[in-house]
Write a protein of this length. Structure first.
Length: 635
């Protein structure tokens, strides 16, 4: 190194270099390392005593000499450091290095934060449990320089206020602006909760000077606690006399007639609920309020604010409109009280008893009919004097004009009574006077079996173009061709049947047919010869074309021995008669090649016809092949 200038100057420069080099060597020998950025202004051999206390056996630290905010918290035994610092407050500085190690260079962070594996517990570590919205707030929203009080700012001299977590307290006003400007004190939790500022769920008006009752309980807060219009104004919740008189909030609708003393008549339950007891008593006036009148708003009758003005009330029509348009003007001058009461316009007290005094007394089911059924309409359109000269005035013709002609002329009362529509008084005697007198089994048949509903007249049919049997009864003998077709017999049901019973057929004369009934045939049942046959869903009995051959009805007991004698049927009449089955008519000489003569005439048939055979599960006498030679029968 070359020094220029005077000798004195060179000596001075040399001394400075020596001192500088000596200080560097001394610092390197004394300091264990460079201080952190926060303590950079103390990084000098001449300033070690600012942090270290010398002269004692063990070197002591003087952290709390500068960090007064920590010392105050330790003394108050609150906050995070009060939980982790060991020993007494006086020796607490010696414990700081356990967490905040120095002489590790400018980039070293003195504050050791918790890790995700060991998160910071605000309730356990800071001594304040975060609840409600506080639990969802970000750290910097609360730990901000603006929220540090002036007292704490004076203590935090060496601290960057934008980065510290000190200087806060648990009072609401330390972070939140007092919207009430001190009117309600500093304890916000008396009204508000940590979950939400609005509504003030913890506030109860019952603890205030003005308890809310009745309709006041439903009024939103801002209706009474309003923000004034001028700048800088805030909502007041104290020190104003809105509860001293109703007029402070409510307009007097009576125009001062009652000196604005609202409590005499009204309550907080509702403006329309007029208090009678202890207040205004309408019963002391000329018109006591009864029934629905007690619920009518005062202004309905009192049109002006002056309640002393006389209101006409002698007649109902003084206030009420005549809904009936003068229909009852002849009765008490049309006064409503004859039918209606103050308890309600409906129902009217004009009932069955009062109806009996009119031209149409109510009887039977008419007594149960609602008034509106006969007097339809609404209000002014109701007709209370309808026609009643005929049932047709009110009732629809259910018979579609079948009784419009003589002798009934749609007079329902000829058959029906007021006790019930179905209780018809048209009996057997009345039926005899008609075109079809009921006799026999017809008298026991319900009316509806014959008088059915028919689409043609859209009603029950009471008038018939024909009264023949086939108009009501189905022909069981023919599926399509009508009644029995027998020559010389009238083609009608009466030919065989009677009205007493369908099965009674004694009136039919079988001798008029080609097969007169003789002998045992007289006692045979009809269905013995005329067999019922099932065709589809019906059972039909056929009478026409019935065969007259014996074999068609009787079983062949001879097992076909005489088959083919007369066509395909055996000739039974050669031996048998209709009076007796036994063969008494058989002529052995005429019908056999073996003539019975002499003693043979007296021999029983079974003596010669002794052979037997079994056919169809029964024993059959064998006639054919009977021996003819004498030695075949005689020894």
């Amino acid at each position: 190194m070359i020094f220029q200038g005077t000798t004195r100057g060179r000596v001075t420069q040399l001394a400075a270099v020596v001192l500088t080099l000596g200080a560097a060597v001394a610092r390197a020998q004394m300091s264990p390392g460079e201080l952190a950025k926060a303590h950079a202004d103390l990084d000098s051999p001449l300033k070690c005593a600012s942090c270290h206390e010398f002269g004692t056996r063990n070197a002591q630290l003087k952290c709390l000499h500068c960090h007064e905010e920590i010392r105050l918290r330790l003394e108050a035994k609150r906050g995070y450091h009060a939980k982790v610092v060991r020993g007494a407050v006086a020796q607490a500085s010696a414990d700081c290095a356990r967490c905040h190690a120095e002489h590790n260079g400018r980039k070293h962070q003195l504050v050791r934060w918790r890790t995700p594996k060991e998160p910071f517990d605000h309730a356990k570590d800071a001594g304040w449990l975060l609840e409600g919205k506080h639990a969802r707030a970000k750290c910097e929203q609360c730990h901000a320089a603006k929220n540090i009080s002036p007292e704490d700012r004076a203590v935090l001299k060496r601290t960057d206020l934008s980065k510290t977590y000190m200087g806060l307290n648990q009072k609401c006003g330390s972070c939140h602006r007092d919207e009430h400007h001190g009117d309600l004190g500093v304890d916000c939790t008396k009204c508000h909760t940590l979950e939400a500022w609005k509504p003030a769920a913890a506030f109860s008006h019952d603890r205030s000077e003005f308890q809310l009752t009745g309709g006041h309980q439903k009024v939103p807060c801002e209706k009474c606690h309003q923000r004034p219009a001028f700048a800088g104004a805030y909502v007041k919740y104290k020190n104003f006399g809105f509860f001293e008189t109703c007029k402070a909030c409510h307009k007097d609708p009576h125009g001062g007639s009652f000196a604005a003393d609202c409590e005499k008549c009204h309550t907080t339950e509702g403006w329309k609920h007029v208090r009678q007891a202890g207040g205004f008593d309408h019963a002391k006036t000329k018109y006591p309020l009864v029934g629905r009148h007690a619920q009518v708003q005062c202004r309905k009758c009192h049109k002006s604010e002056n309640f002393r003005t006389v209101v006409a009330h002698e007649r109902c029509l003084d206030c009420h409109q005549d809904k009936h348009k003068g229909q009852f003007a002849a009765r008490d001058g049309g006064e409503c009280g004859a039918c209606h009461t103050e308890t309600g316009f409906k129902p009217a007290r004009f009932a069955v008893k009062e109806h009996a005094a009119t031209r149409y007394p109510l009887a039977g089911l008419h007594m149960k009919v609602e008034c509106g059924k006969c007097h339809p309409g609404k209000a002014e359109t109701v007709n209370y004097h309808p026609g009643f000269g005929s049932c047709r005035e009110c009732h629809k013709d259910r018979h579609s004009g079948q009784f419009a002609a003589l002798p009934y002329e749609d007079r329902c009362e000829r058959c029906h009574v007021e006790t019930g529509w179905k209780s018809a008084r048209f009996a057997l005697a009345d039926h005899r006077r008609g075109k079809f007198a009921l006799g026999g089994a017809h008298a026991a048949i319900p009316c509806s079996d014959c008088h059915r509903n028919t689409p043609a007249v859209e009603a029950r049919r009471f008038r018939f173009a024909s009264t023949g049997c086939v108009d009501c009864h189905e022909d069981p003998h023919r599926p399509a061709n009508g009644m029995v077709q027998v020559a010389a017999v009238k083609q009608s049901c009466e030919s065989c049947h009677t009205v007493r019973s369908w099965k009674e057929t004694g009136s039919f004369d079988h001798s008029s047919t080609r097969f007169p009934l003789l002998g045992r045939h007289r006692s045979a049942a009809c269905t013995g010869c005329h067999k019922p046959a099932v065709l589809g869903s019906r059972t039909l009995v056929s009478f026409r074309g019935t065969t007259d051959q014996c074999g068609a009805c009787h079983a062949d007991v001879h097992d076909g021995q005489f088959q083919g004698m007369t066509g395909n049927q055996p000739d039974c009449v050669r031996c048998h008669t209709v009076t007796n089955w036994r063969p008494t008519e058989f002529d052995h000489k005429k019908h056999s090649t073996f003539s019975l003569a002499g003693a043979h005439e007296r021999v029983p048939c079974r003596m010669c016809h002794a052979r037997r055979s079994v056919a169809g599960g029964r024993t059959v006498i064998v006639y054919k092949g009977t021996p003819r030679q004498c030695q075949e029968c005689h020894r």
